[in-house]
Design a protein around this ligand. Structure first.
Ligand code: 5GP
Length: 114
């Protein structure tokens, strides 16, 4: 069951501020509050969804495709396309997911350690 009061739901509703990189009606990309790399941006669809499986299985292909195409747009805005980057999505207990709203981490701006 999706928790309407998770931190990212509050960020989407504007109840908690964030430093935005890109936003439209469907998606929001913003800087992680505790960066694990020189550039660390989080990307979320605005649809209520708990994790990766919830998002890709329960939403239309157009919505899923749009999210990942917007991710590529943001990678370009951040200037990461040329030198590379990492995309990560943690899911569930074993994935150490903290916030139960599907999100991707975009990490880059430096050579990443494993
Ligand atoms: P997870 O472990 O769920 O994949 O990642 C959650 C991420 O959300 C963490 O990297 C954490 O630093 C970030 N985070 C948690 N609370 C906030 C917040 O209030 N604002 C922002 N911008 N990031 C947050």
């Amino acid at each position: 069951m999706y928790d309407e009061n998770n931190i990212f739901a509050k960020i989407i509703r504007g109840e908690i501020p964030c430093k935005k990189v890109f936003e439209d009606d469907a998606v929001l990309f913003f800087y992680d509050i505790s960066p694990k790399a020189k550039i660390h941006v989080l990307g979320i669809p605005k649809n209520p969804c708990i994790d990766y499986a919830d998002f890709v299985l329960n939403y239309d292909d157009q919505i899923v495709s749009n999210f990942f195409k917007k991710t590529e747009h943001v990678i370009n805005i951040l200037g990461l396309r040329k030198d590379g980057y990492r995309i990560v999505s943690n899911s569930g207990v074993n994935g150490c997911q903290e916030v139960p709203h599907f999100h991707i981490h975009i990490l880059g701006g430096e050579k990443l350690t494993l």
